[in-house]
Each structure stands twice: as structure tokens, then as C-alpha cells.
Design a binder for this molecule. Structure first.
Ligand code: ATP
Ligand code: MG
Length: 494
């Protein structure tokens, strides 16, 4: 770390004594914030990631303002372990780069600095200016001037929900709350910062984020936020297709995915985003998916987790219609299911790779039905590398159907006779994002190197499932066009 404070101009010369009085904090846009002293909240430094503390202190020691912000503060207040730690500061990106040699700049329009410690990043963002009220900002421009930077207040008002707009000040360990986030965490409420009608139109992905957080924490919506969700779900089509799929993934891979799916259905997002899926499944089919996700949620409570392939296959289970094994032919039924899942799945913007694995796993369900009486096939199939995935899906979807008990016994005892433990599960919740489905090389610039090995190990199994299947999905170009985050502009794209 270097000692220089290169452009210690205006703001930097001011006080670096702790704010004792909320009135001392900037507040032109609204009332003075609440200031919650160390003794009045539950966040303790020992719960904060050490490297993030290093960054916070590094900034403080050089007389910058430095706050822990966003999801980390929210999670710590709720007594949960945060996934990642974001830092907000009045230091500019170039100051951050100078201060922390182990850093790099990311982001296209608004630059964020990642300070990296081994495989971990601490994300540092300079306090942001208020949103241009009439959308004068051209989302395409890389703004070089200083107007994009703001203070604590403008930064708070740009955030999506009150529970995500809390700041932990490293100087005196107080919490600064401009928008009532502390109260909303206590009351378990998701509330937009500002007017939900405006904030959801500005960035429709916020609607999916609202559902994600409500489901994850078992929160309710404040009435205005809920009304906006009911009225504006159609706006979601204006958002980046890529960001949408990413949020949908997050919802169905986090805990309480059943609650998340129900909200997506009830507020009409599934209908708007996935009309073919919604029509093909019908209400009864959607109920079936909800049951499947309930089974996955239950397993997760018992610390049994499934790979994304098993989770997403659940979306298509209802497309397996009933078959009469004595009359129908496997290859005909399988061809029909393959065709339908491909056609519905590919129009859902899911990575092709995941659609393909759903197809294979569903064909596997038919295989179990058709060939349980053929000893040789049973023996061969249970030793196929993807059998365990097929089996897990079978158990999650049909495990409690008495009419299948006999057939399932055949497969289970054949599988057990191999002697090895049944796979098809993962050690911890599968948090692979869409980037990891870009192809066999995986990763790309958003690759998570820390998880790469585990992911590749599992992909080796999947590669066999997908043998011969084309692997298109999101190609690099469309990803590059669509990796915009909220930091890349407030307006909806497209
Ligand atoms: P998670 O635990 O899922 O990471 P998070 O709250 O940390 O939740 P991130 O997506 O990591 O969510 O974003 C970090 C912070 O950035 C949020 O807490 C919020 O303050 C702000 N933010 C993220 N996305 C938006 C958005 N679309 N609009 C406004 N603010 C956003
Ligand atoms: Mg986060």
C-alpha cells in the first residue's frame, strides 16, 4: 500500500472524525439519516471478512471515507454469513488502484476496483451520484468526467432496496441508514428505495431481485413495491436477457426456491418471460414443478444438494406424459419428449447445455420405465456415468409414487450391486452461474477460479451425458453484449 493521497482535493480535506450528529451527514435529497452507534447494533468486526477489513482500514488510514455496504451489512444484521463484501468509499478508482497494488479495474461505464487477495475479491466502488432524474445519461457513454461520483446520500438513494442501502462506517463502527433499512430488516419487508414504479422501470431486473430477496429471507413486500410488481411485470422484457436468466437461476438455486418460483408464477413473470413453457405445462404442470422444487428444498434443509442439471430438469418434468409401456415404443416417446423439451427450453434462453442435459435426464426417466425388465440393459445402464443424475431426478419427481415402487426397486438394487455410493449430488449449493455454461472451456472473464476444479470435475460427468450434443447456448458475443450490470447504467436495455 502506498501512502500518497494523490488528489486530496475538495471532499478529502474535510473532517475524518466520526460523524456524531446525523445532521453532519449529507442530506439534500431527504431527511438526515439515522445513525446507529456501535452499542446499538449487532455487527461485530470479528464477523467481517479479514481482507475486507484490511481494505476498509487501508482507506481509513489514508483519510478516505470507507464503508461496508449492501448485502454484507444486511446479512450481518440478520445474523447470516455474507457471500461477499462490498466496500463503498470516496476514493476514486485511480486512488484505489494506487493504494492497493493488488487490484484491477472492472466495469465498462462505472468503474469498480477489485482488490484481490488470492482468489478472493473485495469489490470497491466509489460513492455514486444520484440518478439523472430524466434519464439524460446516455447508457452507452463511458463517463469520464467527475459528475458520476457522489456522496453517501446519493449513493444510498441509487440502491435498490432499503435493506441493501445500509452503510457500516469503519471509523466508529456505526451504521448509517438513509432509507429505513434497519426498520425493514426487523419488520421483514422488501421495500424499494424511492418510488417502485420509477425504480422498476429504470431497471426491470430489480423486480426479479425483489422476488429473490423476498424468497430467500422469507420477507413480504411493502404494498407499493408489491403493487408495482403486479403492474410492471411486462417491463421485464426490456431488460437484458442475460441478466434476467441470471436472476432466474439465482432464484431457483437458492434456498426457498419453491417460494421464489411461486412468486414468479403469481406475479406473472413466468408467463411473460416463458409463455411457451407456461402454456405447455398448464396449471397442473406448474404444480408438479412446485412439488419437485419442494422436494429439493427439503433435501437442502437436510444438507443434500443437487447440481444445476438436476434442478433445471425439474422445469420440464411435466412434459413427460404418461406412457403405456405395453403399447408405446421407447424411441417414439423419447423422440417426442426430446423435441418438446428442446423447443420449449431453447425459447427460454437457458444455456443450451442445460437444455441438453434436461433432455438426456428425461429420456433416462423413460428408459427406467421401459427397460426395467431387461436384465442386460439394466446392468449396463446403472453403470453409465449419468445414471445417478437420472436416478436423483426420478426420486425427486416420482420417489413417492407407489405404482413405480416395483420398477424402482429393480433399478435401485442393480445400482447398489455396483457397490459405489450413488452420486448426482454436490457438496454445497450449486452456485455456478450462466458463465460456467459457456462451453467446455468454461470460465471466461467471469470465471470463478476458486470453484473451477470442482466444476470441471462435475462437467466431465456431464460431458458424457451430452456426448454428441451441440453446445451453443449463450455464445461469447451475446454474453459480451449482455454482461451489463446495474453499474453499467440505470436505463433498461433493449
Ligand atoms: P447477494 O447476497 O445476492 O450478493 P447483494 O445485496 O450483495 O445480495 P449484489 O447483486 O451483490 O446483491 O449487489 C450488491 C449491492 O449493490 C446491493 O446490495 C445493492 O445495494 C446494489 N445493487 C445491486 N443491484 C442493483 C440494482 N439493480 N439496482 C440498484 N442497486 C443495486
Ligand atoms: Mg453481493
Amino acid at each position: 500500500m502506498e501512502s500518497a493521497r494523490p488528489n486530496a482535493g475538495e471532499a478529502h480535506q474535510r473532517r475524518f472524525v466520526p460523524f456524531n450528529n446525523p445532521e453532519d451527514l449529507p442530506h439534500r435529497l431527504g431527511p438526515a439519516p439515522s445513525l446507529i452507534g456501535r452499542e446499538d447494533h449487532s455487527i461485530s468486526r470479528k464477523d467481517i471478512d479479514r481482507d475486507s477489513l484490511r481494505v476498509l482500514y487501508g482507506l481509513k488510514d489514508h483519510n478516505y471515507d470507507a464503508y461496508l455496504v449492501g448485502g454484507a451489512v444486511r446479512d450481518l444484521l440478520m445474523g447470516k454469513t455474507p457471500k461477499d463484501f462490498d466496500v463503498a468509499t470516496d476514493a476514486r478508482p485511480r486512488d484505489l488502484r494506487r493504494l492497493f497494488r493488488n487490484s484491477r479495474e472492472v466495469g465498462r461505464r462505472f468503474r469498480i476496483v477489485h482488490v484481490f487477495f488470492g482468489q478472493k475479491n473485495v469489490e470497491c466502488a466509489t460513492l455514486r451520484a444520484a440518478v439523472e432524474p430524466n434519464g439524460d445519461n446516455n447508457g452507452e457513454l463511458y463517463i469520464e468526467d467527475d459528475n458520476q461520483w457522489g456522496d453517501l446520500e446519493t449513493d444510498a438513494y441509487r440502491r435498490d432496496f432499503t435493506i441493501n442501502a445500509l452503510y457500516y462506517d469503519i471509523r466508529d463502527f456505526s451504521l448509517i441508514d438513509y432509507t429505513g433499512g434497519v426498520r425493514d430488516i426487523a419488520a421483514k419487508i422488501i421495500r424499494c428505495v424511492g418510488d417502485p414504479q420509477v425504480r422498476f422501470r429504470e431497471d426491470p431486473v430489480r423486480m426479479l431481485r425483489a422476488i429473490k430477496f423476498a424468497a430467500r429471507f422469507n420477507f413480504t413486500f411493502d404494498p407499493d413495491t408489491e403493487r408495482a410488481l403486479r403492474e410492471l411485470q411486462g417491463e421485464i422484457l426490456k431488460a437484458s436477457r442475460f441478466r434476467v436468466t441470471e436472476e432466474i437461476f439465482r432464484i431457483i438455486t437458492q434456498a426457498n426456491r419453491t417460494a421464489g418460483l411461486k412468486m414468479l408464477v403469481d406475479f406473472g413473470f413466468m408467463g411473460v418471460l416463458y409463455p411457451d413453457w407456461t402454456v405447455a405445462l398448464g396449471e397442473a404442470g406448474i404444480e408438479q414443478v412446485i412439488d419437485y422444487f419442494t422436494a429439493i428444498d427439503k433435501a437442502a434443509e437436510a444438507e443434500c444438494y443437487f447440481p444445476l442439471e438436476v434442478i433445471t430438469t425439474g422445469l420440464f418434468i411435466p412434459l413427460l406424459d404418461s406412457v403405456d409401456v405395453s403399447r408405446d415404443q421407447f424411441h417414439k416417446v423419447a423422440a417426442r419428449v426430446t423435441q418438446e423439451v428442446r423447443s420449449v427450453g431453447n425459447r427460454m434462453d437457458l444455456p443450451k447445455r442445460l437444455v441438453n442435459s434436461a433432455v438426456e435426464i428425461l429420456r433416462g426417466q423413460l428408459y427406467l420405465l421401459f427397460f426395467a425388465h431387461m436384465n442386460k440393459r439394466v446392468r449396463r445402464y446403472v453403470s453409465a456415468p449419468f445414471f445417478d443424475l437420472v436416478w436423483r431426478v426420478n426420486q425427486l419427481a416420482f420417489g413417492d409414487l407407489p405404482e413405480l415402487a416395483e420398477i424402482n426397486d429393480v433399478w435401485l438394487s442393480a445400482r447398489k450391486s455396483l457397490g459405489s455410493a450413488i452420486g448426482g449430488t454436490v457438496d454445497s449449493p450449486d452456485r455456478r452461474d450462466i458463465f460456467s455454461f459457456r462451453g467446455k472451456t468454461g470460465g471466461g472473464r467471469h470465471g470463478h477460479s476458486g470453484r473451477r476444479d470442482r466444476r470441471f470435475a462435475r462437467d466431465a460427468v456431464l460431458d458424457e451425458v451430452l456426448e454428441g450434443a451441440e453446445d451453443e447456448g449463450f455464445d461469447d458475443e451475446s454474453i459480451d453484449q449482455e454482461t451489463a450490470t446495474w453499474e453499467d447504467g440505470d436505463e433498461a436495455e433493449g
